[in-house]
Structure formats: structure tokens, C-alpha cells
Design a protein around this ligand. Sequence first.
Ligand code: BYC
Length: 474
Amino acid sequence: MSHVNQYDTIPNNVGLSDDKRLQRALEKWQPSFLRWWMDMGPEGFQLDQIYLRTAISADVAGWAHFDYVKMPDYRWGIFLADQDPDRTVGFGDHYGEPVWQQVPGELRTHLKRLIVTQGDTEPASVEQQRLLGQTAPSLYDLRNLFQVNVEEGRHLWAMVYLLHSHFGSDGREEAEGLLERRSGNPDKPRILGAFNEPISDWLSFFMFTYFTDRDGKYQLLSLAESSFDPLARTCRFMLTEEAHHMFVGETGVLRVVQRACELMKETPGGDVRRAGGMDLPLVQRYLNRWYSVSLDLFGSELSSNAAHYFASGLKGRANEARYEDHVALEPVYSVAQPRDGQLVAEEAPMRNAMNSVLRDAYAEDCKRGVDKWNAAIQAAGIDFELRLPVMSFNRRIGIYADLPIDPTGRFLTPDEWERRLPEFLPTAEDEAHVASLMHAVVEPGKIANWIAPPSKGIKGLSFEFEYVRREAQA
Ligand code: BYC
């Protein structure tokens, strides 16, 4: 395993102290990052002791350390998965050649754009979630929110390391830009759509960590295949942290659903809203919103950019090794195209359809959690099924953008679409109801009425453990 230096100002396993110029540049960026964290990170909790996991190495067997820490003192480090000296390009026109340790000149702009796009999502998500701590349903959930937030901060560090170490002064400028854009600010928005949507309630947070973090997983899986080895190694390690974020989403929605079922059974007439819960049709509308917004993050179904990324070896398919043909020049891929008011399956060159290939794998993965949520509904003896809408529903990017297609795939007239929108997506009433339930529960072992407690705590601890120790805020 590569040597880990925990004692540097910036913990790392990349030999930072051997490259003084790079070390100085990153140490110069560090105070800007901390200023951004204090301004845009979780508001009102920066003095508290949080029981957090910190990455201390990239070793699969034991990479994390758990303890109380104040968030501004979190040790944001730079960790890359170990280098495989025999690694070769796994796909595209350069298949089988040695991977690159340096950026090839002709690919510099494209590679930088991919790294900046990935990097931009990390601080964006922290900004989106900065007020959520004030309405956490339990200390356990509050701690999970902060765990996700500090790790998104570390993922930003990961991309900034690549920009500083491989892209010279342009890279340093881009690293500054990552701290200057602001989620939802029309003058300096974050790059991708979903990262400008507000996340002002916990149902949205759970949907985001289930659906949007899972886009992160698939983008990271495809960048982990990159022929630019430092990017591949960075993404491989980021994926280990990402798993917990999706766990937070999957179990969060599950607990909302479980509580809805309990309230349905306990309340005369089964009126979950009146009983202070989130009813299942409302959960379905939030699911519809966050799934469709997250599908947009894959870019257009047919994309010459994606074909170029694949051909040049910049960005592969998730788990590329599972495919037989890594050049993908001959094969075609079936994509449902909108034609005269219906969707018609048409074949497209595989390379052009790479965003669709990744999106289809993502959709398949999304189903697993939905099946678990449905199993809980069934176990409660309730006749209701949550469903993923079709890919073409409510899209803003790609070949289905702005088409009036309902969640089952039926084309509607524009009037019908407008009229039936309240069936499909959260209404103002839904949002007001969810907002009315958002109150902080800060006593250890207590939980808000709208969500069930988790089946177990963090790292073998109980749900009742004091995951956040509140200190007087300055
Ligand atoms: N919103 O050919 P196209 C995560 C732009 S999440 C706005 O369709 P292409 C995380 C696109 O940039 C993962 N603009 O697609 C999760 C291009 O612009 P230019 C983040 C969009 O090029 C939770 C144009 O439209 N990582 O990590 O294949 C919490 C035409 O593009 C959008 C990545 O995304 C959109 N939704 O791009 C924290 C990986 N979609 O060149 C973190 C890096 C597309 O015409 N990014 N555009 O100015 C990429 O691989 C690619 O940029 C895309 C697809 C996946 C975004």
C-alpha cells in the first residue's frame, strides 16, 4: 500500500511533501476552502462535536477512523487507490496501450472539463444541504447528513488535487472557480441542473442521496476506467465513500415508507397526512421528481461528446471489464426515440449511445431500492406500489427534453400534461405539508413522528447514541 502521511497539513498518500510547489499551491487553496466551508457549509453546527468517519488511507481493509470531531477540524485528505504498474487502456481506440500518468496535450481541454464538472457537483451538494441540519429528525440523521457533507468536501479536494497537479495555472484558476460558483444562484450557478435545485426538506435529501448520489456512483465508475491513471485511481477510492451516501438515501426513504404504513394502520381512515406522516402518493411524486432530474445528469441519450470520450480513452463504461468488446466500433445500441407522438426503439452506433448505456445500468440499479421499499409496503399488508417512471418522463436534457410524457410512457397533449401535473410531481400542497413536518429533534434516542428509527446505528452503536454533541454556537 502507498505511504500515508497523516501529519502533513493535508493528509495524503500521494507524496505531497516531495513536491513542494504542489504542496504550497494546495496549502494556499486550503484557507479558501475553509472560508467556503464556514460560509456555505452546514449552518449552525460548526462548533459541535460530530461522530464522524474520516478517511485515513486508501486501504480496503481499514481506511476509516471514527471519532468525535468538529467539522472545521475534519482532516480533508487526498487519497488515491494504489497504482497498478501494469494497467493498460481498457477501452476505445488506444485499447491495450499503457495508461497515461500525464495528461496528453490534445485531450487536456476535455479532461479538464470532465474533472471540473465532477468537482463542481461536490461543493454544490453541500450548499444545497446547508440548512437541513436545522430540521433533522434525529441525531442519527443529523450525523449522517454531516458525514455526507464532509465527504463531498473531500471529493472536492480529490478533484482539486488533479487540477493543481496536472493542469498548471489553468487548473489553479478552475480550483478557485469551484469555490466561487453557488448552487441556485442565477448569476453564477453550478454546472449541472440537479445541483441547482434546492434541497430544503429531508424527503428531498433522502431522494437526492438515493438517486443523485447514484448518478455520482455511475459517473465515478465510468471515470474509474479512465486511461488517465490519476483520475481512475482517485475515483476508485471515492466510490468507497459514496456507498454510505446511497445507504443514507435508501434507508431514509425506507424509514419514511415504513412510518407511512404504520400511520395508515394506526389512524382511523388511514389519513397519513392528518397523522403527521408523509403519504405514499406524495413519496411517489418526490421519487418522480428526483429520478427524472437525476436522469438528466447523464447528458443526452445520443452524444458525440460521449463518443469522443470513449474513443479517446477518457471515460469508459461502468465496469468495462464485464464487456467483451472494448473497442465498440461495430455494435449498435437500442435507444427509444420520440417519433410522431410515440417512442420507437431505434439502433444507434454504440459509441454515440454511451450516455444511454450508463443511464440504463443506473436505472437497473435504482430498481433494487424501489423493490425493497415495496417489500416493506407489502409486509405491512398495504396495497400500494412505488414505481420508477419511464426514462422519458419530465426530462430537460436530451432527446426527451420537454416532451409531455406521463410516468408510464404515454404521450399526453400539452393541456392534459398541465392538468395532470399534480398527479405526477410534488404540488405546492405537498411541499407545504412536508415543510410543516420539518422540526429538529435533538434529544438522543428520540425521532420525529414522520419517520421510523433505523434498524441499527453507526459502526455497531445504538440509535440512542449521542452522535452529535451540541456546543454553544458562537
Ligand atoms: N445540466 O453531449 P451532452 C456526483 C451539457 S454526480 C446542465 O448531452 P455530455 C454527486 C454538457 O456539459 C456526478 N448541462 O452530454 C452526486 C454539454 O455542455 P457543452 C457528476 C448539461 O457532454 C451527489 C452539453 O450539455 N459527474 O458526483 O456527454 C452529490 C451537451 O452535452 C447537463 C459527472 O457528471 C445537465 N444535466 O455530458 C455530490 C461526470 N447534461 O460542452 C456529487 C463528468 C449535459 O456543450 N461529466 N449538459 O458546454 C460528464 O461526464 C459529462 O459532462 C456529462 C454528460 C455526464 C454531464
